[in-house]
Design a protein around this ligand. Structure first.
Ligand code: PLP
Length: 396
């Protein structure tokens, strides 16, 4: 079967946040959803539900939880049982619920920055002390990557005299697009075990793998690591159903699971019935061929973008993401030489009419960066990059 990811779908008639936040002449390349139609088996399942015509209260069925468990078995040889699976309305709710379940007031939450900005709000939401550990930026000409700064990681533990209770891991990492190696994961897990820290692994981007990248779920390292890990996954990013708000926590440790379930109930987190239906179709395997084609398309978009940055965006350096459809662009050289003043997000919005995410929102280490979403047809990506290039040439 062939899939047309080049098709331009006008999203303005919908209530899309991405397409309505800025003026109509602005090309939106920011919030993380894609401009692609979802795979047909998901649409067919939703059509059947609409035709049924009744939208009463629903909950995650055994068959849905079995579908999640079977997918983990198939992808990672990870033995998950349906009892370990708890549905949540999304992963932002999912990791906030984890913090409520695990931490007492004033305890510490370890987070690696720069990071997906809602991570940074958890300490305030839950009454905790945020303990940021900066990732180390490594530059190579027009590209960059990140490594774990182990000294920063260990120094953040118990920072400000708050006992670190939970490590909120983003794997693959947003905004860097990096997939942590098995040895990095093992070292993180060992440090957490030695300090008795629970790990909440947000693995929402785990199926959006580019090129030959493989993903290892944190909880698959060993039964001991699984016992201290809450894994969060969702079909939302992979199959472009974020607006249907449905994700899953997978927790093998029974007492941790009970605490998590209690937090979900206390926070009254209910999942939308259409989200449950879409999730079952998305994760069933029926959309895997679509996903394979999507990954190839996104990989080609990534490669196009990296080449374009090298050839046409002087003064900008980019990550070469291994996963996600997010590129993280370092504009600090343009700030340092005075070509851009203030925020690069504001510069590209005003001068290029392209909306990107402001790097500083991603916490320490994000200043001088913008995040670009390339989950769109190549024509849209090309137009955005050309607009950015034209705005930069005006500076000369
Ligand atoms: C790492 C990460 N976690 C969670 C979310 C949000 O998930 P949800 O929409 O399911 O709350 C995102 C969205 O971009 C994300 O990148």
């Amino acid at each position: 079967m062939s899939y047309d990811f080049d098709m331009l779908v006008d999203r303005r008639p919908s209530n899309s946040t991405k397409w309505h936040r800025y003026a109509p002449d602005v090309l939106p390349m920011w919030i993380a959803d894609m401009d692609f139609r979802v795979p047909e088996p998901v649409l067919a399942a939703l059509r059947r539900a609409i035709e049924h015509g009744i939208f009463g209260y629903e909950e995650a069925s055994l068959s849905l939880r079995e579908t999640v468990a079977m997918r983990m078995q198939r992808l990672y040889n990870w033995h998950v049982t349906p009892e370990m699976v708890i549905a949540v309305p999304g992963l932002e709710s999912g990791f906030n619920a984890a913090a409520w379940a695990v931490c007492a007031p004033e305890e510490g939450l370890l987070i690696q920055t720069p990071v997906y900005y809602p991570f940074l709000k958890v300490p305030r939401n839950v009454g905790l002390v945020g303990q940021p550990a900066r990732l180390q930026q490594i530059n190579h000409g027009h590209t960059l990557h990140y490594e774990v700064d182990w000294e920063a990681f260990e120094s953040a533990i118990n920072l400000q005299e708050a006992r670190t209770r939970m490590f909120l891991l983003c794997h693959p990492h947003n905004p860097t697009g990096q997939v942590y190696s098995q040895s990095d994961l093992t070292r993180m897990a060992e440090i957490c075990a030695s300090e008795d820290i629970i790990i909440c692994a947000d693995e929402i981007h785990s199926e959006l793998l580019l090129g030959e990248t493989r993903h290892t779920p944190m909880a698959t390292l060993s039964p001991e690591v699984a016992a201290r890990t809450i894994t969060l996954i969702a079909p939302s990013k992979t199959f472009n159903v974020a607006g249907l708000f449905c994700g899953f926590a997978i927790i093998s440790n029974e007492s941790l699971r009970r605490r998590y379930q209690a937090a979900v109930e206390r926070l009254t987190l209910h999942v939308n019935s259409l989200g449950l239906i879409a999730a079952e179709a998305a994760l069933s395997g029926a959309c895997d061929e679509w996903l394979q084609n999507l990954r190839a398309y996104l990989t080609a978009n990534r490669d196009f973008l990296v080449n374009y940055v090298r050839e046409h965006l002087p003064g900008i350096r980019t990550t070469v993401p291994e996963a996600t459809y997010l590129a993280w662009l370092d504009c600090s050289a343009l700030l340092e030489n005075g070509k851009i003043k203030g925020s690069p997000h504001k510069f590209f919005l005003e001068k290029a009419r392209v909306a990107l995410n402001e790097g500083a929102d991603f916490g320490p280490g994000g200043e001088g960066f913008v995040r670009l979403n390339f989950g769109c047809p190549r024509a849209t990506l090309t137009e955005a990059l050309e607009r950015m290039s034209a705005a930069l040439s005006e500076l000369a």
